[in-house]
Design a protein around this ligand. Structure first.
Ligand SMILES: Cc1ncc(COP(=O)(O)O)c(C=O)c1O
Length: 379
């Protein structure tokens, strides 16, 4: 068989400012780039394996997992292949088909798919709707109580800590309190928070926390994190009777190459950056107020924002697209010509973006570019 030479390269990150929220938290620091190079080969962390991934001493996966558990305030922690696989594993481990779980109305699609693949029924906690889309904890409590009344037992309650559409921060501590009072196991989806802001799992009284290495922990994907209270270890980390060292829900071993090596190498960087979260939030708020100086650009979601992912309604850009010869593509093309990427081609009615980790100059440059584009075409 003949096959072309896939001479792949990626200029997006190197030459442009990338506003795509999906990309901002996964940028590797130099230590992780070196690890990626050194551990790029297949099973690269398995040279000295004695049968258990989490017990490997060289490189020190065991030490890394201990540090990670401390960082998240959990008793036990494992890596998975992504936040979705962590959610799937919990649902698979503690629920039976046809069981009912409760999830917030801002849940990520992967929460729904994890539940569907486990054949679970979902009861949804509605958000407050436009323009805040807030998940109110009184509403969560009411929905959970009603679900218990209607279905008897609720096997799992899930809350999206920061949702991927509006960047709304939900009250994890209140969620933990509600769930433990009602005796329902709790899972906090921290895909957009773990690695960006502090996660205090024990203090918040959570049973499970899940994270995403490639989304928020400066790691090459795919890699996820699953932290839990000790009492769940027996179920979630149960060993195979046939392969006595192997944990069944983890299918024996999870990430075993570059993804875990980069996650490990980035942990000190991530621990440090989490301490600067308040500064990031202030920079994000400043970015929002500067963009809102443009007539026809308004942030939606909770205000002021508590996250770097922010969503804007942009009727002014939509108006321009109606008479611009490039129609809806004008915004993407104008931004690209200024080396700014990450807003979807053709999108003008609204967009979401993030400036996480950018310098003040870069953020100012982005704001100025938007102002310039609107001024240029808004006649
Ligand atoms: C809130 C939220 N949860 C989960 C995920 C999925 O994360 P992963 O790719 O690690 O499965 C995403 C990805 O966009 C997300 O935004």
């Amino acid at each position: 068989m003949e096959c072309q030479n896939y001479n792949i390269s990626r200029d997006v990150e190197r030459e442009n400012l990338n506003l795509n929220p999906l990309q901002r938290g996964g940028i590797l620091p130099k230590e992780a780039r070196k690890a990626l190079h050194d551990f790029g080969d297949g099973y690269s962390v398995c040279d000295y394996c004695g049968g258990r991934l989490d017990e490997i001493a060289k490189p020190s996966l065991s030490g890394f997992l201990e540090d990670l558990a401390k960082f998240l305030q959990v008793d036990d922690v494992r890596t998975t292949h992504g936040a979705r696989e962590s959610k799937f594993a919990v649902m698979h481990g503690i629920c039976e088909p046809a069981d009912v779980i409760v999830v917030d109305g801002n849940a990520h699609y992967t929460t729904h798919l994890a539940a569907e693949r486990n054949k679970l029924e979902i009861v949804e906690v509605p958000s407050s709707g436009y323009p805040e889309f807030k998940i109110d904890m009184n509403q969560y409590k009411k929905t959970l109580e009603n679900a218990i009344d209607e279905y008897g037992e609720i096997k799992l309650a899930l809350l999206t800590h920061i949702d991927g559409n509006y960047g709304n921060l939900s009250d994890a501590s209140e969620f933990g309190k509600i769930c433990s009072k009602l005796g329902v196991p709790s899972l906090l989806n921290c895909a957009y928070s773990m690695g960006r802001l502090p996660i205090e799992s024990n203090k918040w009284n959570l049973d499970f926390v899940v994270g995403s290495g490639h989304k928020s922990m400066a790691a090459s994907g795919p890699i996820g994190v699953l932290g839990m209270k000790h009492e769940w270890g027996e179920t979630m980390l149960k060993r195979s009777p046939r392969h006595v060292k192997k944990e069944v829900e983890m299918l024996g071993c999870t990430s075993r190459g570059a993804p875990i090596a980069t996650l490990m190498a980035s942990l000190p960087h991530v621990i440090e950056r989490v301490n600067k979260w308040n500064e990031e939030v202030n920079l994000s708020r400043n970015f929002v107020s500067q963009l809102e100086e443009i007539d026809g650009i308004t942030q939606i979601g909770i205000k002021p924002t508590n996250h770097d992912l922010v969503r804007f309604d942009t009727p002014i850009l939509h108006e321009i697209s109606k008479f611009h010869p490039r129609k809806g593509f004008f915004l993407y093309e104008e931004l690209k010509s200024r080396k700014i990427v990450g807003i979807k081609r053709g999108q003008t009615e609204w967009f979401k973006c993030s400036t996480y980790g950018m310098t003040k100059n870069q953020r100012d440059y982005i704001v100025d570019s938007f102002k310039e584009i609107v001024e240029k075409f808004n006649k």
